[in-house]
Ligand binder design. Structure first.
Ligand SMILES: *Cc1c(COP(=O)(O)O)cnc(C)c1O
Length: 380
């Protein structure tokens, strides 16, 4: 037994002998700092500012720096889920403020407004965000935030981020973009004039369907950043160090995955669009998409790994096709390495405005020929 432990009882030795001695071993892969609390030095200071892991944690700080860099922002904040990050943006507003959102916004955001923030006194309008005129007519003197999702979920509508940011700033309104689907590989909303970007890092950034997370990235590091940070720390919807580590690891291969997924989605869209049993393919990379030109201007790296299609048929026929697929696993969520398929209407429930015959695909990194073969047999 080492001398320093010789005079200590078992319980004390169990603690002393497991003390963190792993700092500065120059591991290539970063360690996971599970510690909930950090030691003060003799001068009463906390090393590197770490005090308590709800306030800040090395894995979380590393992730926040990374996402801020990828989105060309000044400040990044990580949360325990995409919805927690989205909620924090709305929590930064005050009673009486008005928000404009897309009428086909991610379904849980719709529920968040109706079930939670309406009781907090936020008012909101759901509008066709792909039409700037419509958005302009929906502004009120209380409007404080315009919320964009482009491409939208699950109809893949495109909103003009630059045009809408101009409109927002003329009226001193903030513009927020949910950039989960395109990822910073394909689209950087802050460069197009947005003030706020949010992600569900559960999806492409994590990329392996094994961690939940969300983040907010801000263009400026001023008053709004302080408010968001205060919500993050005081309301405490923070991610675990392990989830931060997993998402950081996912980011290392984000570019490779999204490039491949985008290539697969474009090829799948090009194939599906020719099939007689397919009524329409909703993908901004197709020339017949109503906002293909705007998408091409703002999605610099391609049109993304998500697409929806409308079957020539009713709900029962649509579900039968979904059930015949083998390589596309039937599950909610998206952005992982494996291809997923979903009949959105069944997931969204009775209030859903998604068509009965819509199928949503999240393309994975499989070989495209296997994926197309799967659709060939499912559409027979
Ligand atoms: C999944 C998703 C969210 C919600 O994220 P969670 O991590 O599930 O909370 C928000 N926006 C979009 C566009 C999404 O796809």
């Amino acid at each position: 037994m080492p001398k320093k432990y010789q005079n200590l009882k078992f319980e004390t030795r169990a603690l002393k002998s497991t003390k963190n001695i792993l700092n500065e071993v120059h591991a290539v892969s970063p360690p996971i700092y599970l510690s909930s609390t950090f030691e003060r030095n003799l001068e009463g200071q906390y090393q590197e500012g770490y005090k308590y892991s709800r306030n800040d944690n090395p894995n979380r700080r590393a992730l926040e720096k990374s996402i801020a860099t990828l989105e060309n922002g000044m400040a990044g904040f990580a949360f325990g889920s995409g919805m927690a990050a989205i909620s924090a943006v709305f929590q930064s507003l005050k009673t009486g403020d008005h928000v404009i959102l897309p009428n086909d916004v991610y379904f849980n955001v719709k529920l968040l407004m109706k079930e939670v923030f309406s009781r907090w006194g936020l008012s909101y309008s759901f509008v066709d965000m792909s039409d700037i005129e419509v958005v302009s007519h929906s502004l009120t003197e209380h409007t404080r935030l315009i919320w964009i999702e482009s491409p939208s979920n699950p109809q893949l509508k495109i909103s003009d981020i630059q045009g809408l940011s101009k409109l927002a700033h003329e009226h001193r309104i903030l513009l927020a973009v949910d950039n989960t689907w395109p990822t910073p590989v394909l689209q950087n909303p802050l460069d197009l004039g947005a003030d706020i970007v949010v992600h569900s890092t559960t999806k492409y950034l994590g990329g392996h369907s094994d961690a939940l997370g969300g983040c907010i990235i801000l263009k400026e590091s001023g008053a709004l950043a302080h408010r968001i940070q205060s919500i993050q720390i005081q309301m405490g919807a923070i991610p675990s160090p392990f989830d931060c580590w997993l998402i950081s690891r996912g980011i290392q291969t984000l570019h490779l995955r999204v490039t491949k997924q985008t290539e697969n989605a474009q090829k799948m869209a090009d194939w599906l669009v020719e099939h007689p049993k397919v009524h329409r393919v909703l993908y901004p990379g197709l020339k017949d998409h109503p906002n293909h030109e705007i998408a091409a201007q703002q999605m610099l790296g391609g049109f993304g790994g998500m697409l929806s299609l409308l079957i020539n048929g009713n709900e029962i026929q649509t579900l039968a096709i979904v059930n015949k697929l083998n390589h596309f696993r039937q599950a909610t969520s998206l952005g992982g390495v494996e291809s997923l398929v979903e009949h959105r209407k069944s997931v969204e429930g009775v209030e859903s405005q998604t068509p009965d015959n819509l199928i949503r695909l999240s393309l994975g990194i499989e070989h495209i020929e296997d994926l197309i073969d799967d659709w060939k047999q499912a559409l027979m």
